[in-house]
Design a protein around this ligand. Structure first.
Ligand code: MF3
Ligand code: CO
Length: 254
């Protein structure tokens, strides 16, 4: 969505704040032995007690796709995004785990994700996580008048500099009035191409970076996306409002 309405901006900010707090709480519960389902239940509980709803539960992006059964996507190691939380998905020391959450508050949607280490992990995984985090941070320097291609180019450059590859079959997106809106916001691209960013545009910017090749596979649970070569993947995401001076991040953890 694109808005300059103070009331809408206020509700978007509230939605983002609830999301950020919930994600921080879920993240704080990550430890060896915890199940993905426990993290999902913690998130669900926090969203509800904040007077909001999960944006992901029962969501389906395409016609005929089976609804996502949970509030939190939990994606472990070679799972890129959209991992379904279950009680059997137990986090182990040395894993990396992506937590992706969507919140709807009084009709306003925000979307954010982090990737974290479970206990002590190898240095290459830490470098992967850090690269994805910095790719997002750097991409958030765009402002009104720039293009979605500027975001993509930045993310891809940061990944390449670190000898990693960006996912090409999944993209960031507009958000605000629903989970996925136009425009698409790829993790690759060329500066000055794509959709021009305007003030008040609400975007979910989400670098997905693989330690190995860029290719992914869509698994037959209908949701989980994995790297094709089995390498690990890291994902960070913020919902932002584009302004003349840069991005206002709605989902920063405080
Ligand atoms: N954050 C995810 C994305 O932008 C949304 C996942 S929808 C869900 O693709 F239903 F899988 F949770
Ligand atoms: Co998203």
């Amino acid at each position: 969505m694109i808005t300059s309405d103070p009331k809408e901006l206020d509700l978007l900010r509230q939605s983002g704040r609830i999301l950020a707090k919930t994600l921080a709480i879920a993240q704080a519960h990550v430890r060896p032995g915890v199940s993905a389902l426990e993290l999902d239940q913690i998130a669900e509980q926090e969203i509800r007690s904040s007077g909001a709803c999960s944006a992901f539960k029962n969501y389906s992006s395409m016609k005929g796709q089976k609804p996502f059964p949970a509030s939190l996507c939990v994606s472990v190691n070679d799972e890129v995004v959209h991992g379904i939380p279950s009680k059997d998905k137990i986090l182990r020391q040395g894993d990396i785990v992506g937590l992706d959450l969507g919140v709807v508050y009084q009709g306003f949607y925000t979307d954010a994700a982090v990737t974290v280490a479970v206990g002590k992990v190898d240095i290459e995984s830490l470098r992967l996580i850090e690269t994805a985090r910095i790719a997002l941070k750097t991409a958030l320097k765009v402002r009104a008048g720039d293009f979605t291609g500027d975001i993509g180019q930045t993310i891809e450059e940061v990944a390449r500099q670190n000898k990693f590859n960006v996912v090409r079959e999944l993209v960031g997106h507009g958000v605000g009035k629903s989970v996925h809106e136009d425009p698409e916001v790829p993790c690759y691209g060329k500066s000055g191409t794509g959709t021009k960013l305007v003030s008040g545009m609400v975007l979910a910017i989400e670098p997905m970076i693989n330690a190995g090749a860029w290719k992914v596979i869509f698994t037959d649970d209908g949701w989980t996306v994995k790297t094709a070569d089995g390498s690990r993947s890291a994902h960070f995401e913020h919902t932002v409002i584009v302004t003349e001076n840069g991005c206002e991040t709605l989902t920063n953890m405080v």
